[in-house]
Design a protein around this ligand. Structure first.
Ligand code: NAD
Length: 415
């Protein structure tokens, strides 16, 4: 059996959209590949004195609509192909949200979990030293991703500003507030997803006060669990899971109390007044909304026929396999695709860059208002495209994104 390659999946999505859009071959060939790629080695002296050679990547997929934008992961399984796929998805995500940005992604292939704070600081700074001439507010803006956080961004910002000798906080986003971070960034991904759910409930006549379940009770999942009730004015969280297991209560779980329980114990398991259930059964519950917020391929060809949610909001990147996607569409389940559902994060990152450029900072009410407007417009564009072409929302989102990027490439005279 051929192994899963996310870059091949990403390229097949572009090819399918290009076919429906009747794109010419040159434009397709341009969009299938990143415009610039960097692969480099980073020699790092570890605490024990030994030198490790780590592999770093930065992929800048497309610059037609603006500078590349995307996170940096520290993860042992990262390959150049996963980073290529993620960089492309960032191009489509920024285009769906109509932000004046392209797409990029970076990584250092390493397991950061056993590393000391000093080692993490050294690899963060080394990454910037390898790349500083090719990143920046007008070229490529990095952000947090898997196993990187605002502290990583603070070290990267400091290294970049030390080398260039200029104050340029917009070179990275999701910074600590005291270094030019934005209000509202912490909740942005989940808030954007819940806003999309609000619109999906309207268009699909689903009761927003129905039950919901969260697979992957981490950063994005926890915030969505809390914001769902706040923004939709109701709804009952009946199940939540993390890598240790899943809990269920048909009468509802208080999301904030579950967050506190997880903070205390490190797991959702053992939450009072809940029963432990099989994690896979959470995905198959009869709920109004299911939030997959963990990893890729959670909804796949094996369980797609048993999914009973009315709406699936993909907070995670790639949680539904392409075959499962078709099954859900045929069964009338409304999937809010990842490039739309989790676009709230990059939207507020963009607002962070705008604030950094003007050195003028907004409060969270202004940020949330702008995020709401961006998500609503993006949702409507995707909804109209999928209705008009009678295609699943994921293809609707790709049609919107690919046509916007293709138009920018053509106007520049590239193709
Ligand atoms: P996180 O590490 O904080 O949370 C992930 C959670 O998933 C953890 O609680 C983990 O225990 C749980 N998990 C892992 N395997 C599981 C399994 N098999 N079943 C159930 N739970 C499992 O990460 P995050 O930042 O919340 O990101 C989650 C997803 O959302 C990722 O796909 C990420 O790429 C995507 N995403 C996040 C953001 C963001 O701003 N945080 C933005 C865009 C996309």
């Amino acid at each position: 059996m051929q192994s899963y390659n996310s870059f091949k999946v990403a390229q097949s999505q572009v090819m399918a959209a290009a076919k429906l859009l009747n794109l010419d071959q040159a434009t397709l060939d341009l969009l299938l590949w990143p415009q610039r790629e960097f692969a480099f080695t980073l020699p790092v002296r570890m605490d024990g004195g030994e030198i490790k050679i780590l592999h770093g990547y930065r992929i800048q997929h497309n610059f037609a609509r603006g500078p590349a934008k995307g996170g940096i992961r520290f993860h042992p399984d990262e390959t150049i192909d996963t980073v290529r796929a993620l960089a492309g998805w960032m191009t489509w995500k920024t285009a769906v949200a109509d932000l004046p940005l392209g797409g990029g992604k970076g990584s250092i292939a390493c397991d950061p979990r056993p590393m000391s704070r000093r080692e993490l600081e050294i690899i963060s700074r080394a990454y910037v030293r390898a790349l500083w001439q090719h990143i920046g507010v007008d070229q490529d803006i990095a952000a947090t991703d898997v196993y990187t956080n605002p502290q990583t961004m603070a070290w990267m910002l400091d290294e970049y500003e030390t080398i260039t000798g200029r104050h340029q906080p917009g070179v990275v986003t999701n910074k600590p507030l005291s270094l030019g971070g934005s209000e509202g960034r912490r909740n942005a991904t989940a808030r954007g997803g819940v806003i999309a759910v609000r619109e999906a409930c309207r268009t699909n006549k689903v009761d927003p006060a129905g039950d919901y379940a969260v697979q992957g009770f981490g950063n994005a999942g926890q915030r969505a669990a809390i914001l769902h009730r706040e923004l939709l004015g109701g709804g009952s969280l009946v199940a939540a899971s993390d890598s240790s297991g899943a809990v269920y209560n048909s009468r509802g779980i208080n999301p904030m109390e579950l967050v506190n329980h997880k903070l205390r114990t490190g797991s959702v398991l053992g939450f009072p007044e809940s029963e432990a259930i099989e994690p896979d059964s959470l995905l198959e519950m009869e709920v109004a909304v299911l939030y997959p917020a963990a990893l890729e391929n959670a909804i796949n060809v094996k369980n797609a026929n048993r999914i009973r949610a009315r709406i699936v909001c993909e907070l995670a990147n790639g949680p539904t396999s392409p075959q499962a996607d078709d099954v859900l569409f045929e069964r009338g389940i409304h999937v809010i695709p990842d490039i739309l559902a989790n676009a709230g994060g990059v939207t507020v990152s963009y607002l962070e860059m705008v604030q950094n450029r003007s050195s003028f900072y907004w409060n969270d009410t202004s940020i949330n208002k702008r995020l709401d407007a961006t998500m609503m417009t993006a949702y409507q564009a995707v909804h109209s495209a999928s209705k008009e072409r009678k295609v699943p929302p994921r293809m609707g989102a790709m049609l919107v994104a690919v046509s916007r990027v293709a138009e920018a490439c053509k106007l520049r005279g590239w193709v």
